[in-house]
Every structure is written in structure tokens, then in C-alpha cells.
Write a protein that binds this ligand. Structure first.
Ligand SMILES: Nc1ncnc2c1ncn2[C@@H]1O[C@H](COP(=O)(O)OP(=O)(O)O)[C@@H](O)[C@H]1O
Ligand SMILES: [Mg+2]
Length: 460
């Protein structure tokens, strides 16, 4: 069977199944069979990693079953599968393809449960929404599922409904010994267990993702910031049909990442999309002091008119102007390879870099790996990940512990590595370093201007 067919079948099979969520710790443990599915998955990744040619039929079956099981569990387990499916360039393509199903597909919450959530949210009005709602979801992810619907006045909308009991399930996942740090280690390879605050940050963000009122606020902010943008499209919120458990937005469709990759798009189109993604994910930090921390390919779609639709504002972090300034100083210090300024910028970011020269040299190597694609001048394709040396350092727990990185760095790291991986697969070519430097410079000027005027505030 061709790989595309296999992936398509698995996706359809999962989306066509209904399964209630296992909520309690014991039940969730029992279902994974291994306790922490994330760990099982990394082990599997380890065994299959680096195999050049196709997987054996038995491996394909094992991976498909694992994908189904992770999807059934949702929460942390499914997130772990999603991350593994796009962030790790060393996984065999077939394995990556199977895991990528988890970006938008898993067994659905049974429809009566979906209906109950909608009824609880809107009371007697719920019938109006339910009348135009398709029963089979278009996507089932780790926190909720999306159904297409038509409102009475004819507007097409996407209705995201939270899986009943998902917050309880997530809390239970984080109580499972080691699950939180296994998950955070996937976000930043090897690092999480040793970095105080990373697990807490992952916990906070995942619980926040369960609150669709917060997501609604964030999506409204982003939609306003990008309302005049020529490339980025952000679905408008339908305020009458939102609650903490239901998020309704205007329907805007596009091709999935894999479909775009397979569509024979020109190099120019890939470059434009790559720059748009880089500008959205990284540029927004400098321009507005906030960022969307989840660059996995299920969170955007490619339109044939050259525009990019961004979905999912569940994982958004904001930084104050001083932090943005420090990020900008760090980039320039690494680009000019200035050890003293690297240290100063890290202190301004709340880290406690060690003073001895050996540690400073390790730090320099780590940061040069982190910013690697931005250190090369001129237009070039993106490298898929941090260099080997930097990867080694990320696994050096003692070194990382000594650095005392604040927890809020977690999603900044994750954003970088995720985005580099996506841009590398896209094959987009640009002068990434020049682009980011330009945004960083503009941020410096803006903050200086605002400080001179006597007030410091983000442009939100
Ligand atoms: N406004 C929308 N218009 C069209 N499709 C949408 C819309 N919102 C979500 N989707 C579809 O649902 C999928 C999951 O949406 P997302 O917001 O990422 O949910 P989750 O938080 O569950 O990951 C997207 O990949 C997209 O295919
Ligand atoms: Mg999503």
C-alpha cells in the first residue's frame, strides 16, 4: 500500500471512531500499558530512528496501533505523538507520516457528549447551532474536536468543542510520575528534567489550552493585529457561539502542510509561505511582544491564493518590552559572537549564566546551535535542527541546571525547533538572519521611543 493511502486510511479510521475519554489516572495508566505513553513513544522512536529505508509491515502495524492508542488517550499522550511527528528530522519518513495523523485526527468524543457540551453552553439556543452542525468532526485533537456548521443566516463556521473531562485527564497525566518531564523533554530534547520551571510551564500552558475563553481573547487580539496583513488570515470569532468549552470561528479552509508539499508548488511559493510562517511565528514576538508557541502543521493551512490561515490560539505567550529587548540583544550578541553581551542579554532574560570560561564556551556553542540558521549570511534553506554539538549540550543535564533558564523559555525553544523543522521540510529559501535582525532592530527602536515618551507598554 502506498504511504499516502496508509496515512489517509488511518486518519479516516480514527476520525470515524467514537470513544469516551479515559479520565482517571489508573484508567489512563492501564490504557497506555506502559504508564507514560510519551516514554513508550520515545523508546519506539529510538529503535526505529535512523533506519533509512521503509518500515517492516510489523513496525507499521505497531506504530499504527500506538498512534490509535495515543489518540484515544488525548491530553499529554497525544501531544507527545504530535510533537514527535514533526520535530525530529531523524525519524524515518513513514513513521513521521503515521505520527502526523495525530496532528488533526484521533477517535472522536461520542456525539451525544458533544451535544451535551453545546447544550450546557447555550441552553435553549443550542438547537439553532446543532441544527446546522455536521455530526462527523473534521478534526479531533488533544483538547477538543472541530465540527463544521452553518449558522441560520448562512455563515459557515468551525465549532471547536472541548472533550468532556479533558482538564481532569490532563491533571491526572501530570500527576503520573515522570510524565510531565518526559513531555517537556520532547519539547526541548533532553532538557526538561534538569530545568526548573519547564515542567510547570508545560503544565500551565496545557491547562490554559482547556480554557476556550482565553483562546477566544487571544484569537481576537491576533485577528486585530493581522487584520490588514496581506498574507496571514486569522478566522474571526463568532462571539454569540463561544463559551469556556466551545469556540466558534468563521470557516476558512486551506490545504494541509502535507498536501501543500505534495502539490508541486513552485520554489517561489514555498519561499513566500516559509517567510510568512517565520514572520508570523518569530516576527510577532518582536513586533507585539507575543507569540504563538505551537508551530505544528495542524495549526495552519495553505491557500491557493498564496495566503496562510492560522488556527489554534491555545498556546500563546507574551513578553514585556524589556524581555523583547533582551531577546533582540541576545540575537545580535550571538550573531556578532560577543561573549560579554551574550552574558548580559541572558542575565536580562532572567537566566543565571555561569562565569567560568569553560561554561561560557559551552553556552556559546549552545546558543550558536539555537540560532544556527540565523548565523549564515545570504539566502539559504533552513537547517532542520540545532547542530550536533548543541544537541549534546541540551542533553547535558548538569550544564543546563547550572544555567538556570526560566520556565518561560520552554515555548520559545519549542517554537524555534518546531519552526526550523517545518521550514526545512518546506524547502523554503530566505536570508533568515537578515529578516530576524531587521525585526529585532525595529523592536529596539520602538522600545527606545516608548521609553523616551515615559511609558513602557507593549503594542497590544
Ligand atoms: N475556522 C476554521 N476554518 C476551517 N477549519 C478550521 C477552523 N478552525 C479549525 N479548523 C480545522 O480544525 C483543525 C484543528 O483546529 P485547532 O484550532 O488547531 O484545534 P485544536 O486546538 O484541537 O488543535 C485545523 O487543523 C483545521 O483543519
Ligand atoms: Mg491545533
Amino acid at each position: 500500500m502506498r504511504e499516502d493511502d496508509r496515512v489517509g486510511m488511518l486518519r479516516a479510521q480514527l476520525l470515524g471512531t467514537e470513544r469516551s475519554l479515559a479520565r482517571s489516572g489508573v484508567e489512563r495508566l492501564w490504557k497506555t500499558g506502559r504508564g507514560v505513553a510519551g516514554l513508550a513513544l520515545s523508546a519506539l522512536g529510538g529503535r526505529l530512528r535512523g533506519r533509512g529505508e521503509g518500515l517492516a509491515a510489523a513496525d507499521v502495524r505497531a506504530v499504527s496501533q500506538l498512534v490509535a492508542r495515543l489518540g484515544e488517550l488525548k491530553g499529554l499522550a497525544m501531544k507527545a505523538g504530535q510533537i514527535l511527528g514533526y520535530i525530529d528530522p531523524t525519524l524515518p519518513e513513514e513513521l513521521r507520516g503515521l505520527l502526523s495523523v495525530l496532528q488533526t485526527a484521533s477517535p472522536a468524543s461520542p456525539f451525544p457528549q458533544v451535544e451535551a457540551v453545546i447544550r450546557e453552553a447555550f441552553g435553549a439556543r443550542a438547537d439553532v447551532l446543532l441544527a446546522g452542525l455536521e455530526r462527523q468532526p473534521v478534526s479531533v485533537a488533544s483538547i477538543g474536536q472541530v465540527h463544521r456548521a452553518r449558522l441560520p443566516e448562512g455563515t459557515d463556521v468551525a465549532v471547536k468543542v472541548r472533550h468532556p473531562g479533558i482538564d481532569e485527564a490532563l491533571r491526572s497525566d501530570f500527576r503520573t510520575a515522570g510524565a510531565g518531564s518526559a513531555f517537556a523533554s520532547l519539547l526541548v530534547p533532553g532538557a526538561a528534567a534538569s530545568v526548573r520551571g519547564f515542567v510547570e510551564e508545560a503544565h500551565t500552558v496545557l491547562l490554559e489550552e482547556c480554557d476556550y475563553s482565553l483562546e477566544r481573547e487571544r484569537q481576537t487580539t491576533f485577528a486585530r493585529l493581522f487584520s490588514q496583513d496581506e498574507t496571514i488570515l486569522i478566522p474571526a470569532i463568532e462571539p454569540d457561539w463561544c463559551s469556556p468549552a466551545v469556540l466558534t470561528t468563521r470557516w476558512i479552509s486551506g490545504r494541509s502542510f502535507d498536501s501543500f508539499l505534495g502539490s508541486q508548488s513552485s520554489q517561489g511559493a514555498r519561499d513566500r509561505m516559509g517567510v510568512a510562517l517565520f514572520s508570523f511565528y518569530v516576527g510577532t514576538l518582536y513586533r507585539h511582544g507575543l507569540f504563538h508557541g505551537d508551530p505544528h502543521p495542524g495549526n495552519y493551512a495553505f491557500r491557493d491564493d498564496g495566503r496562510l490561515v492560522i488556527y489554534d490560539f491555545g498556546c500563546v505567550r507574551s513578553f514585556d518590552p524589556e524581555t523583547v529587548l533582551a531577546c533582540s540583544a541576545l540575537l545580535e550578541a550571538v550573531r556578532t559572537d560577543d561573549a560579554r553581551r551574550i552574558r548580559e542579554a541572558l542575565v536580562a532574560l532572567g537566566a543565571e549564566p555561569p562565569g567560568d570560561s569553560e561554561s561560557l564556551e559551552m553556552l556559546r556553542t549552545l546558543l550558536r546551535g539555537f540560532f544556527a540558521p540565523l548565523l549564515e549570511h545570504g539566502a539559504h534553506p533552513m537547517h532542520p535542527g540545532p547542530g550536533l554539538e548543541a544537541q549534546e549540550l541540551l542533553r547535558d543535564k548538569r550544564f543546563l541546571a547550572r544555567l538556570s533558564l526560566p520556565g518561560r523559555f520552554l515555548f520559545l525553544f519549542r517554537l524555534r525547533f518546531g519552526l526550523y523543522a517545518v521550514l526545512a521540510r518546506l524547502g523554503a529559501i530566505a536570508d533568515w538572519g537578515a529578516l530576524e535582525s531587521q525585526w529585532a532592530e525595529a523592536a529596539r527602536l520602538r522600545v527606545a521611543r516608548v521609553s523616551a515618551a515615559g511609558t513602557v507598554q507593549t503594542e497590544l
